[in-house]
Write a protein that binds this ligand. Structure first.
Ligand code: TGC
Ligand code: FAD
Length: 386
């Protein structure tokens, strides 16, 4: 069999039949339902809500959760889901990452039985949408410095503060809110419609335009003790969620890179300049070969990470290296692919510029590139530079 440019080492054969089936089902959804609407949604600066029922039907919301009507798929399946969704658009993968890793996962890992029964089946079926409020305006990289606080008042908690840059904020039925208390950082479930809880969308984004990003305001928001996540204590509560989401992003970035690489490769075969296709020039071949090399290395990294996760051995530092490497790889490839397309590359008729702009968010959220470099630096040297 000949070598596949975007799967140079035939990693496809490493996946089980179930893993391939999950990947191919999501890939079909992306090709047939998402890609026809995504470029317009990106230009119109709107999340394509019309895709939500299809995503729910695919079973990709909380796909790794065991029980509560969820499929309990393994980590490789979750990775492949993220890869295929982000081959469509980072906004689509973001929607699923937040719902699965940042809302369903903490409810599953830290919540009470009642919270799990109430929310997990509904979130899986998209009858409810969730968001994750950790970042604040004074600096997302340093969440320990959060100002949002919750005070105990009888059997209730009263929360005051604000959150910034929150994916799905204004469409969320439930927000996982992280707040400082007298005992340290704790997590709370705040429902839409609770008095004092308001959201406002952040507009004029040039990145992740097919995704909703909001500010959250909490003004004396009173919620009962039953809405606290009892299993989350300290900063490791929210950081534990981030490990889940960053894992998915490491796979997702591969999808965005593949989309850009495939388009540049195809374009170079058809674009004839100086009497020969671009693909027959040494410089273009070197650039495309380098993309294939970097995609291959990222695939190997995420596959290994997935195996470690499924074996219960994945370390947050390893997740950081994979998120850092793979998002940087995808961002560089998207920019290079954009350039190979010449002027055509600046239009959304082709995907690289959309992916490139999206990846500017992906390299910032879930820990900036610098934050991940410093996490790896700490693991390598044993000294914290934070
Ligand atoms: P540090 O002292 O290092 O850690 C505090 C405690 O947490 C533990 N820990 C982790 N636990 C689980 N998973 C991880 N990834 C963990 N990282 C650290 C750690 O062991 C410690 O535990 P203990 O028992 O000793 O208390 O904390 P620090 O304040 O020095 O901060 C470290 C730093 C900078 C790495 C951390 O603050 C960080 O990761 N900052 C980046 C913040 C970030 O990524 N925010 C993302 C917000 S959510 C988002 O962007 C969603 S985008 C979604 C989308 O649309 O897809
Ligand atoms: P800052 O933390 O202010 O960083 C500014 C710069 O300083 C960066 O370049 C950073 O790398 C650098 N820097 C930081 N620390 C150091 C250091 N020690 N040494 C050297 N340089 C350093 N957050 C949520 O909680 N929930 C969400 O759903 C969510 N969705 C998002 C969606 C989008 C589209 C975006 C763009 C962001 C989202 N975020 C969300 C917020 C995201 O996590 C933060 O933007 C991110 O953590 C960085 O925080 P900041 O933007 O405040 O940058």
């Amino acid at each position: 069999m000949s070598i596949k440019p975007n799967d140079f080492f035939d990693l496809d054969s490493e996946f089980s039949e179930e893993e391939r089936m999950v990947r191919d089902t999501v890939a079909r959804f992306v090709d047939e339902q998402a890609l026809p609407v995504i470029p317009d949604a990106f230009e119109e600066h709107r999340f394509p809500n019309e895709l939500i029922p299809g995503l729910a039907e695919l079973g990709v919301l909380g796909s790794s959760i065991e029980g509560y009507d969820c499929p309990g798929l393994n980590a490789i399946c979750y990775g492949l889901i993220c890869q295929e969704l982000e081959r469509g658009d980072s906004g689509l993968r973001s929607f699923v990452s937040v719902q699965s890793s940042l809302v369903m996962w903490p409810i599953w890992a830290y919540g009470t039985e009642e919270q799990k029964r109430r929310w997990l089946p509904a979130l899986h079926r998209a009858e409810a949408i969730g968001c994750f409020g950790l970042t604040e305006s004074q600096g997302g990289s340093d969440p320990a410095n959060m100002r949002t606080h919750a005070k105990k008042d009888g059997g209730d908690w009263v929360i005051n503060g604000s959150k910034m840059w929150i994916t799905n904020g204004s469409i969320a039925d439930v927000a996982v809110i992280w707040a400082r208390t007298d005992e340290g950082i704790r997590g709370f479930l705040v429902e839409k419609g609770t008095k004092g809880y308001e959201t406002r969308d952040i507009l004029r984004k040039m990145s992740l335009r097919a995704s909703i990003t909001s500010e959250l305001y909490l003004d004396n928001v009173r919620i009962p003790e039953e809405n606290r996540l009892p299993g989350a204590e300290g900063l490791k509560g929210p950081l534990g969620c981030l490990s889940q989401a960053r894992y998915g992003i490491s796979w997702g970035a591969i999808g965005a890179a593949i989309a850009c690489f495939d388009e540049a490769n195809e374009f170079s075969k058809n674009r004839v300049l100086f009497d020969r296709p671009l693909a027959e020039t040494q410089t273009i071949q070197r650039r495309l070969a380098d993309m294939a090399r970097r995609i291959t290395l990222a695939r190997l990294l995420s596959l290994r990470l997935g195996k470690l996760k499924d074996a219960g051995k994945m370390k947050p530092d390893q997740v950081s290296m994979a998120k850092w490497n793979n998002v940087r790889m995808a961002l560089d490839i998207s920019r290079d692919a954009r350039d190979i397309l010449g002027a055509s590359g600046i239009t959304t008729e082709y995907c690289p510029i959309r992916h490139m702009l999206n990846l500017e968010s992906v390299i910032t959220y879930e820990g900036t590139e610098t934050v991940h470099e410093l996490i790896v630096g700490k693991a390598v040297t044993g000294a914290s530079a934070f």
